[in-house]
Design a protein around this ligand. Structure first.
Ligand SMILES: *[C@@H]1O[C@H](CO)[C@@H](O)[C@H](O)[C@H]1NC(C)=O
Ligand SMILES: *[C@@H]1O[C@H](CO)[C@@H](O)[C@H](O)[C@H]1NC(C)=O
Ligand SMILES: *[C@@H]1O[C@H](CO)[C@@H](O)[C@H](O)[C@H]1NC(C)=O
Length: 277
């Protein structure tokens, strides 16, 4: 039996029991992302093929920590979210084209994305410090996922309390934003947790962290948007990865792999990031 017909057979013998097994596996491994199956069963009850959608692979060896680009994704200072129209079929087989071919229009800071120094420094922008100039050795390597105290923004005091050892170069900060599931709410929320200016400065002066990851659209708290971004980006040594999906990933040390698009002249890019161990 081919793999496909084996799947069809398994799905057919008992749609019900398969659903139960799938649900149990999902809740054990990755309970809280909506619309997720395990990627195991490829047919629905009516016999139509269902593509796998996974958040975690290989029983936790790989975690996908990027968000899906879908209409409800929140967008900076917008109540509407990304909306339906960011992606469309320019050529469609239903209309006689030889193939389906989509086009998209997307703010470069949409969803899980990376900031380049040109984001808050016009001189760097003009000089070409764009996302294509970012250091892939920094975007790929050992990273620490830490939980930040949930009752504060990331201040100097909070940074100090985390006791992140010298030598750690990449840290993903999980905050109250994850508990509040802010990246799953289409309305932009200014009360998200981020770095206050003193937290950013403390990190720069007292740690070796060069990659800062965070779980909402900005590494800087809303009321310190400019101050904290300026502090982080001034040296051109720190990379900010924003809008990460850190739900249900155990805190700890992982290999981080993040790859932005090579958008020449752009101060940001959507980025795909995974954690593996
Ligand atoms: C896209 O192509 C597939 C066949 O590969 C076809 O079944 C589907 O209807 C097409 N979608 C549209 C919107 O034309
Ligand atoms: C197909 O063409 C019709 C008529 O031009 C248009 O209204 C419709 O939106 C097209 N559909 C797709 C999927 O491109
Ligand atoms: C973090 O700062 C924002 C303002 O930027 C504020 O609205 C929010 O309440 C603060 N969050 C916490 C947990 O202190």
């Amino acid at each position: 039996m081919s793999n496909l017909s084996l799947f069809a057979f398994l799905c057919a013998i008992s749609a019900h029991s398969v659903v139960v097994v799938v649900a149990a596996a999902t809740s054990a491994a990755y309970p809280s992302i909506p619309g997720v199956d395990t990627g195991e069963c490829s047919f629905r009850g009516d016999g139509l093929l269902v593509p796998p959608r996974r958040e975690v692979y290989d029983e936790g060896r790989i975690f996908d920590i990027s968000h899906r680009y879908s209409p409800d994704l929140p967008v900076w200072e917008s109540a509407e979210g990304l909306g339906e129209h960011f992606l469309w079929l320019e050529k469609s087989m239903k209309n006689g084209s030889l193939a389906n071919s989509s086009a998209m229009k997307l703010g470069a800071h949409t969803g899980t994305h990376v900031d380049a120094p040109g984001h808050f420094f016009d001189n760097y922008y003009d000089l070409g410090f764009d996302v294509d100039s970012l250091d892939l050795t920094l975007l790929n390597g050992l990273a620490l996922l830490v939980d930040v105290p949930r009752d504060k923004n990331i201040t100097a005091e909070v940074m100090e309390s985390l006791n992140i050892p010298r030598g750690v170069r990449r840290v993903l900060f999980r905050t109250l934003n994850t508990d509040r599931r802010l990246m799953f709410k289409k309305e932009f929320d200014t009360s998200f947790v981020g770095f206050k200016e003193d937290g950013a400065k403390w990190l720069i002066e007292n740690t070796d962290i060069k990659l800062v990851g965070i779980d909402y659209l900005s590494a800087a708290a809303y009321d310190h948007s400019v101050l904290s971004h300026v502090a982080f980006l001034e040296s051109r040594e720190i990379i900010l990865v924003e809008g990460l999906k850190l739900e249900d990933v155990p805190a700890g040390i992982y290999t981080l792999n993040c790859l932005p698009l090579r958008l020449v002249h752009s101060e940001a890019s959507p980025i795909r990031c995974i954690l593996s161990r």
